[in-house]
Design a protein around this ligand. Sequence first.
Ligand code: ADP
Ligand code: MG
Length: 613
Amino acid sequence: MKINLAPQRDILALPDDLISQIAAGEVVERPASVVKELIENSLDAGTTEIKLRLIEGGKVLIDISDNGCGIISSQLSLAVTRHATSKIRSLDELERVESMGFRGEALASIASVSQMRLTSRTDNEAHASTISNNDNQWAITASAGAIGTRIEVAHLYHNTPARRKFLKTDATEFSHCREYFDRSALANPHCAFHLFHNDKSIALYPIANVQQRIHDVLGKNMPEYAIWVEQSIGELSITGMISPPDLSRARGDLQYAYINQRFVRDKIVSHAIRTAYADVLHHLRYPSYVLFINLPAQSVDVNVHPAKTEVRFRESGAIHQFIANSLKKSLAQTASTRAIQKPSEISNNPILLTESNANHPIIPSSQASQQIPLQLAQTARNYMDLLSSEPHTERFNPPDINSTVSEKSSHTVSSTIDFPLGFAIAQIHGVYIVAQNTKGLVLVDMHAAHERIVYERLKLVLDEASLAQQELLLPISFLASQAEIATLNEPECSTVLNTIGLTLSILSTSEIAIRSIPALLKQADATALARAVLSDISELGASHVLTEKRNELLGTLACHGSVRANRTLSLVEMNQLLRDMEQTERANQCNHGRPTWVQISMRELDALFMRGK
Ligand code: ADP
Ligand code: MG
């Protein structure tokens, strides 16, 4: 490519409003980001009551009022000026900042891409004052209003049509706003929160304690018997609630971590939490949690990203260890006091049957419950399963394309043919296949291996064409959340679904019907599959899931199309899986990059028993 450098234009400083519009690109991605910034401002002002009104997903109006300290009228124009803040004065104060805001750019950025009106009154003032922008001019007038602040943001991006085009449907934008609203509400139970959409009251959380607020926001998704966490060492503390392993979810959508009241997505924090669950949770299930981690402000840098959802810890190792150990302790205490629920008990549990909150439907997880260290009764049951010749009713059907092995060879362990992965001997605890090859012992993670095989097959087919679809004789319908319906309404969604052979249609405002599923995944749980695909489309973007994010979508499909842990396989099926693995590219790695099998040589086995020493 040729870059034309001449004639060079003069270098000019950008005008102020253009700088703000550029900054708005980082801070004001969509209505939900405005909601986040404005709620944070209200909280910084010490409010105990926030009322948020949205019209058409926030695209037409975002109107927030608080009863905080207010802004004195003489400072109103500074409040909407870029890089003007009451929250920090020096680098020193930045390094131990405790307020949510400090960059002094939110109001200026928001105002640069909307019509904004700010009305405020401090308790020293006899009346309120209003500042509003019209054609880049700010005007201040006296007005009526209670102590506190009200900010109205109308017609977001009215002056930047290119950005306006990126906004999604009202329902999608609203569900993002709702998510930010809930995130803030969870961390601030001392403040009442009230949300309206198109003048309908949607959520009202009265002032409460932490535990009550979590229940108010998450409902039955964080049930009464969730595990309460409260641990501290010196200035480090962690409080909150985590799900018991048997209430894990298929997606990590109920995960709220806060550092000093600030919602964060942090690799160290989430990894530490996973580590704590590692022994008790299947690797494909996600725990739910609301955790508040507090530490001295100087030990964490929050000025890493304009939206401040990323942080940097001064001593990340210590933080990781503290979180992991605290949660392990809480999980262990609960595991010993709470009997392990059998799958039958779980499905009798009314909490799992009533779909209380359509936004966060619960997916019961019977297989995860069995990943808890086994107690005696359960060990005996599994042992009986192993002895009984009749496999479970839920059978693993070998994938139906490219089956490579003949029944005869797969049976004969003593066969002279040397298959790299050898021959299956047994399955342990429904998770691993034990096989013998010429070198020694082979252990296979059954689910991970099958997932990889399905993944590679889907990829092969999708490289060439669309996935074939399997019509369902009877459509399956499921209760869908607002967000799911909104995703399905996105214009590009149908292209994605067509390509993978999934046919979904909207039955009512809260129901989706599944009419066909990808033929290669006909064993999958159709509802779980449909939900997971919709969730991918909404998270990764309809226009990306078939291009640069395609592998993530394939991973989701493969995960749903592959054999689950805790299914008993016959020897024939196990050998079939070994042969399929040998045929599949990269079969030694599952989609998450973990190995799918390991070889333990005779030498290594001998060493274990100090043979030949
Ligand atoms: P920052 O929050 O980073 O300081 P903002 O642009 O969000 O920057 O806000 C600028 C200033 O306006 C704040 O520092 C604060 O003094 C004042 N302010 C904004 N919102 C409110 C509010 N709801 N109540 C009281 N003061 C507010
Ligand atoms: Mg702010």
